[in-house]
Design a protein around this ligand. Structure first.
Ligand code: NAD
Length: 293
């Protein structure tokens, strides 16, 4: 397949979707950004604008490049607006039913050569691909958060992913200046298979009273040289996303060692999802984050 990507569609304008749009535009791709919520779409574009302005202020981006890149990002109010895309990356909520519904809605609008990718943190690429009209042109492209800063992208083939699809995805990620690792299609791939059980264990440590939020994060920052504490990182990822990943690991590997901590479940049930909702293991509503336990 000789195939050049010119236009990239992104579905989901949350923290990952707007970050992916940001790096695609900086690399010169035309970007169409879609979200089910018009408000989230507008907020996503405003966030990209603010983040690019910060890059200019810190000398990482020229003002002309900021203006040119922002102009490449257009809102796509409907799925039909994604018709010109050569590559569509789904970056919506980590929920299998939502993702499958998105693919059912978008596929009829895409040209037959278009490649479909998902940024899922944990869900089977093979299973998602099987619900689309193009499993051979379906692939996992897993960016890290925050996308403009983090250097890694995991590429995951489903069982049906054809090599030309992989080659196009590889070339695309390289043009974004990211480093690729290839993971097999097992629950949560490499990064989250290792990272999320550690975060879940940190939440158990809090739940069992072994330490406070502050003690656990300080212990792992100063004792294990982690740049962020695991509870701070959980808030940054989003506690709903953390819980979904643990559920995928627990169910997908049928092993009780992946049981999501009941305290994580409780926080998600409370709507305390971390930074994005203003409260998680820390309360972000004041000037400084304050531990909630
Ligand atoms: N947060 C992380 O650290 C991280 C890292 C890597 C990958 N991911 C993955 O990226 C994806 C998005 O995560 P996020 O952190 O950006 O979540 P988020 O909650 O910030 O954003 C999700 C967005 O999806 C939108 N959405 C929901 N249903 C939709 C639909 N039917 N159609 C269109 N848009 C819809 C929501 O309105 C929201 O704006 C998930 O699959 C997650 O697992 C997250």
């Amino acid at each position: 397949m000789s195939f050049t990507i010119k236009t990239v569609g992104i579905i989901g304008a949350g923290q990952m979707g707007n970050g992916i749009a940001h790096v695609c535009a900086l690399a010169g791709y035309d970007v169409l950004l879609h979200d089910a919520s018009l408000e989230r779409l507008e907020n996503g574009i405003a966030t990209i604008s603010g983040n690019m302005a910060r890059q200019v202020a810190s000398g990482k981006l020229a003002e002309e490049a900021r203006i040119a890149s922002l102009a490449l990002i257009k809102p796509a109010k409907t799925m039909a607006d994604l018709a010109p895309c050569d590559l569509v990356i789904e970056a919506a909520t980590e929920n299998e039913a939502i993702k499958k519904q998105i693919f059912a809605q978008v596929c009829p609008h895409l040209h037959s050569n278009a490649i479909l990718a998902t940024n899922t943190s944990s869900i089977s690429i093979t299973r998602l691909a099987a619900t689309t009209d193009r499993p051979e042109r379906f692939i996992g492209i897993h960016f890290m958060n925050p996308v403009p800063v983090m250097k890694l992208v995991e590429l995951i083939r489903g069982i049906a992913t054809e090599e030309p699809t992989f080659a196009v995805a590889q070339d695309f990620v390289q043009k974004l200046g990211k480093t690729i690792t290839v993971s097999a299609d097992f629950p949560a791939f490499i990064v989250n298979r290792i990272l999320l059980p550690m975060i879940n264990e940190a939440i158990y440590t809090l739940y069992e009273g072994v330490g406070t939020v502050d003690a656990i994060d300080t212990a792992m920052k100063l004792g294990a040289n982690h740049p962020m504490g695991p509870l701070q990182l959980a808030d940054f990822i989003g506690l709903d996303t953390c819980l979904s990943i643990m559920q995928v690991l627990y169910e997908g590997l049928s092993d009780s060692k992946y049981r999501p901590c009941p305290l994580l479940v409780k926080y998600v049930e409370a709507g305390w999802l971390g930074r994005k909702t203003g409260r998680g293991f820390y309360d972000y509503r004041g000037d400084e984050p304050v531990p909630t336990r």
